[in-house]
Design a binder for this molecule. Sequence first.
Ligand code: ADP
Ligand code: ADP
Length: 239
Amino acid sequence: KPILEIKNLEKVYNETTHALQGMNVSFHEGEFVVIIGPSGAGKSTFIRCINRMIDPSQGEIVFDGIHMEKMRGKSLRKQRSMIGMIFQHYNLIGRTNVIKNVLHGRLGHMSLMNSLCGRFSKEDIQEAATLLKQVGLDEQMYKRADELSGGQMQRVGICRAIIQHPKLLLADEPIASLDPHSANKVMDTLYKMTCERGLTCIVNLHQVDFAKKYATRIIGIKAGRIVYDGTPNDLTDEM
Ligand code: ADP
Ligand code: ADP
């Protein structure tokens, strides 16, 4: 049974831009899927529809057996707490230290009172520290996030997503702002951290070489439609 099923998903912006034109696709446990396609193909729109940062115009989004396409309020927040997000620009709080940034991944699981006061449990703090060690940032734990390099910031972003204990991880252009060395390190980290946990990961990339290096499955999107869905090996050059 798939962890995520997308049926006939469409997104129209401003009644004119057909960003997604009937997407049908399913994702299974443990897959590391890379979505590739030129700028404007609809990759970002696709990711944002899945976690309902934007409303789809039509279609179904079934995550963990539950329809999310029309969900709102508390039930949407609960579903979202099971979806980890990784962003191109990291979305860390710069003036806050690294370990607290990681702990923010727990907020969706905490009582309102504890989350407002930033009262994290001992277990959460221990886990945050362990994750930071695993991604090679034990020495940066108490630095302000804005003192880190881009590659380091994204590794913090990965820890923040993992500590959520999500069933699905979505990454929208996680390495687009990084040099090749840091990009490799971030992709290695993302791959390792998700594989170890058997997590399903969907990553938007525009670099085909990185897609081929890491993906267990590649989905090619052009003009809001899926034009390729298969193994990295069968991908032809024109994608
Ligand atoms: P990609 O991530 O592959 O670069 P996007 O999903 O960002 O593609 O964009 C798909 C299409 O939707 C493009 O034509 C883009 O200009 C348009 N688009 C994206 N976001 C918006 C928005 N908020 N309002 C209007 N049009 C948008
Ligand atoms: P990256 O993933 O970006 O390559 P590394 O962990 O390999 O990060 O860091 C390489 C070294 O460069 C580290 O010692 C790091 O502290 C340092 N470094 C790089 N950029 C910065 C920066 N903007 N501020 C502080 N240190 C930096």
